[in-house]
Design a protein around this ligand. Sequence first.
Ligand code: SAH
Length: 358
Amino acid sequence: MTHEAGMTHRAETNIMELTKDQLVAWLKDHDIEAYRAEQIMKWIYFRQADDFEIMTDIKKEIRQLLSLNFRIDRLEKKQIEISEDGSKKYLFKLSDGQCIESVLIPEKNYYTLCISSQVGCAQGCKFCLTARGGFVRNLTKGEILAQVRDIMNDLDDPEKLKNIVMMGMGEPLANYKNVIGAIDTITDTRCGLGFSNNKVTLSTAGLVPRLSVLNQDATVNLAISLNATDNKTRDMLMPINKKYPLEILLDACRKYRLPPRQSIMFEYILLKNINDSPDDANRLAKLLHSIKAKINLIPFNEYEGSKFKSPEEEVINNFREILRKNNYIVIIRRSKGRDISAACGQLRVRQDSPLKKS
Ligand code: SAH
């Protein structure tokens, strides 16, 4: 193959789709030493390389072979919105035209990045805007990773990105293989994106069978979208509860092995007159008493056409106080960037008018 052919040729595979083992195997098939895999990955993930030509510590013939076979993809930034509080919301357009969102959230001295795992979602939670559009498809490993890599590339100081939370669009445990593959590279400190395990959080609606095997494949922080304290209410809000009710979910949580010194984050959306009573707060305190837990209260982020409402300030504070009296660490998560529709799925829906009025 001539060099000219390499210039015009569009390789079929995004190299970020490969795990390290797959890359090593491919190299082996082409009689190239295994250690080259780490070199290549360092260029891609540490040094943000966009093509193989700049990988000067790799022999020219190998670089050419890599260019013929692989691309290094970035996501197309379709829209970026910055909110008053500094949250930055990225709407990415994927190669098939589908859109996903990632939100960069400023904390005191660092950033947290919330990433998506699917286009749409099949869980059907009644309060969630993403659920309304239904499930479209799983994100690939490369698409999950690219959200982190591309946004790091945008930062003046990439070291300031400290936490990755899989709390964006989709249910990460329903896209198990690709999510695990992405976590593997995100937490690879030798030649991946270099985040330690306790800086990565996976949030789930409660797919218990997958949750029960997750520890075999990854040790990450866990967030559980609990949202109710009795099965009747949770059945109504989150259909997954009919399959895996509260007792079974909490049992799986008890068995989950967290990274050292971490606790499970229980997310609890506060919905006016549905799950916001003092009885609910007391029941929640009881439900979690044998689990190493902290609680994240999320006043419902209202959107056009939603039938739920957020409780009054006093009700929210009262709920928090009951939990605090029971010795829980409680954080109230005001939906960051309300003015840029930073709640799950809102920017994507705005792009997509048929969903607007549903
Ligand atoms: N499927 C995963 C991750 C995506 S949802 C999960 O269920 O955890 C991420 C979080 O956003 C969940 O805790 C969910 O309960 C919350 N959420 C969804 N829609 C919301 C809204 N309109 N207002 C506030 N929180 C919302």
